[in-house]
Design a protein around this ligand. Structure first.
Ligand code: ADP
Length: 304
């Protein structure tokens, strides 16, 4: 199922002509820094319109199909800003490359109550209907996607805890095996076997951004926080909240406002590190040993 209804073009020229009209050219192509997976550009067109473009090798075009499905899922909740998608494509020029075009977000200043509004909008996204986002069951997503450059499974499950075990922790723990000693291995197995003692099923399923750290929202044209670069799935909202606390927390007003709108289930603080274990394992598998100490500390805290 093509959830996004996005058009896929076989050249950048065709894409721009189809979306903006024949005769439109790129008058400036400015590199944007900040991403760690793709190349990013601000294209300026003949009429002054700015377009945001990401590129990667054509072998990696699945990154953009996954990203656009995630952005479309967020957009259809009508709860929080996210850039409007334009199209995907594969251009055969030179050695060939894949591209994703979307609305360019020109930053304005932040509105008053920026963090409170962000919290309220994120809580609304977490409360939006998720029925069409998972085939038949409750948790997962219509397709697999990526967390950083690594595949993220989204196989539909009826239980959040089983989903988190099978599609999140287990594959990362398996790939981290070369870093683990016997004690780590034993703890990893015990954790997976006893996950239902540590996690709880949510009161309702939520669409998750899935990679919610400070690099993955930008100030939109309305001065509010807009979500970019998602790794969506339907799961427990507290997994998104946990990630906001992993690499430096958001300001306290954000958490207060979120709690006022959508109170967290008791015991969130005890579960938080288990959700973040997933991201730390992903970093261990992507970037190497420097994340091992943090991974071990969490394993040890849950399984002695
Ligand atoms: P990557 O997929 O490589 O992680 P990002 O999604 O993080 O790339 O984007 C790279 C850079 O482009 C970041 O600095 C981000 O703030 C900026 N950016 C992302 N989306 C837009 C957009 N729609 N408009 C303007 N800037 C954007």
């Amino acid at each position: 199922m093509d959830y996004t209804n996005l058009q896929h073009f076989s050249s950048l020229k065709d894409a721009l002509a189809s979306i903006f009209g024949a005769g439109v050219n790129i008058v400036e192509n400015r590199r944007i820094s900040g991403g760690d997976i793709n190349n990013a550009y601000r294209l300026t067109l003949t009429d002054g319109t700015h377009v945001f473009m990401k590129t990667n090798s054509k072998e990696n075009k699945s990154f953009f199909l996954a990203e656009s499905a995630g952005l479309a899922a967020i957009a259809q909740t009508n709860t929080i800003g996210t850039p409007r998608l334009l199209c995907t494509g594969t251009d055969e020029q030179k050695s060939g490359y894949a591209f994703l075009l979307m609305e360019f977000i020109g930053r304005n200043g932040q509105t008053r109550n920026y963090w409170e509004t962000f919290a309220h909008q994120l809580a609304a996204m977490h409360q939006a209907n998720t029925e069409d986002l998972v085939a038949d069951r409750t948790y997962g997503f219509l397709q697999d996607n990526y967390i950083g450059a690594r595949i993220q499974l989204n196989t539909a499950h009826e239980s959040w805890i089983e989903f988190f075990r099978d599609c999140r922790l287990e594959p990362q723990l398996a790939d981290a095996a070369p870093y683990f000693d016997r004690t780590d291995q034993k703890r990893a197995s015990q954790l997976l076997e006893n996950l239902d003692k540590f996690l709880v099923e949510p009161e309702h399923p939520s669409l998750l951004h899935g990679d919610l750290w400070s690099g993955n929202f930008i100030t939109g044209n309305d001065g509010r926080a807009w979500l970019i670069d998602p790794a969506v799935s339907v799961g427990h909202a507290e997994a998104d909240l946990a990630m906001t606390e992993l690499f430096g927390r958001f300001p306290q007003v954000f958490y207060k406002a979120y709690q006022e709108t959508a109170p967290l289930q008791p015991g969130y603080e005890k579960r938080r590190d288990l959700y973040n274990l997933y991201h730390l394992l992903n970093h261990l598998n992507l970037f190497g040993r420097s994340y091992l100490t943090a991974v071990r500390a969490i394993l040890q805290r849950y399984v002695s």
